[in-house]
Write a protein that binds this ligand. Structure first.
Ligand SMILES: *Cc1c(COP(=O)(O)O)cnc(C)c1O
Length: 229
């Protein structure tokens, strides 16, 4: 598996898209989504310069984080659904969480964040596709969630995340992202620390970068197809 070459291709694609949509080349970070992939694959990506890794399953995330603990400059992002009985493990290991969509989980993560770690960087997950998706809050509930998260001492609100339902083409994808883009820009005006819009996967990079993405989450295009999940 040519992980280094795949990474290079994804980086080139991001660079081309930032140019096409008149964005700064450095304004979009690449999160390598390594769920279900062995540590050897993460090491190959690391050797090729990748530092941001995203994981979806708590036990797998914690195991990989421990196995790679000597690589202190890896930034671990949790991007899967969070059950409350697993929040402590996340609070104790991850640098970022992208999937905040419940008050209870936000409160627990803040309470459980160890005092000797920096605040946990968090993104509020927004449901941009209505009934088709169960995760994420409706945009109408964003203000109250933002207020809660921004007041929790051990969380640092960095922005918003979404996983839209697949659309037929780029124009339709951009349309789905439009209200999110607007909400993100409004949020940034009120919270100077908000700098991250986590949208874009292997299948919709162009629409996401057109819509202001600052972090794309790419798995398949880097590590190849997954056997499961
Ligand atoms: C798996 C996953 C990705 C990566 O998806 P690919 O299609 O493999 O690029 C991105 N975001 C989330 C939340 C995921 O669960």
């Amino acid at each position: 598996m040519a992980i280094a070459e795949n990474l290079q291709e994804v980086r080139c694609e991001i660079a081309e898209l930032t140019q096409r949509f008149e964005r700064q080349p450095e304004s979009v970070r690449l999160l390598a989504v390594s769920k279900t992939k062995p540590v050897a694959d993460l090491l190959a990506a690391y050797a090729a310069g990748q530092r941001l890794f995203g994981e979806n399953y708590v036990q797998e995330a914690v195991d990989k984080c421990q196995q790679l603990s000597s690589l202190a400059d890896i930034e671990w992002h949790f991007i899967g659904p969070i059950q409350s009985n697993k929040s402590r493990q996340i609070a104790e290991t991850m640098a970022w969480v992208h999937t905040i969509d419940r008050d209870k989980i936000a409160r627990r993560l803040s309470e459980q964040r160890p005092a000797d770690m920096p605040p946990l960087n968090v993104l509020i997950q927004v449901n941009v596709s209505g009934e088709e998706s169960k995760s994420g809050i409706a945009l109408e509930s964003l203000d109250s969630m933002v207020k809660l998260v921004s007041e929790l001492p051990n969380l640092r609100l960095r922005g918003l995340m979404a996983i839209p339902a697949p659309q037929e083409n780029e124009a339709a994808q951009i349309q789905v992202y439009a209200p999110l883009k607007q909400a993100f820009e409004t949020l940034q005006q009120h919270y100077p620390e908000v700098d991250t819009l986590s949208i874009g996967m292997s299948g919709d990079l162009a629409a996401a970068i057109a819509s202001g993405s600052t972090m794309v989450r790419v798995g398949t295009a880097i590590f190849g197809a997954r056997d499961y999940a």
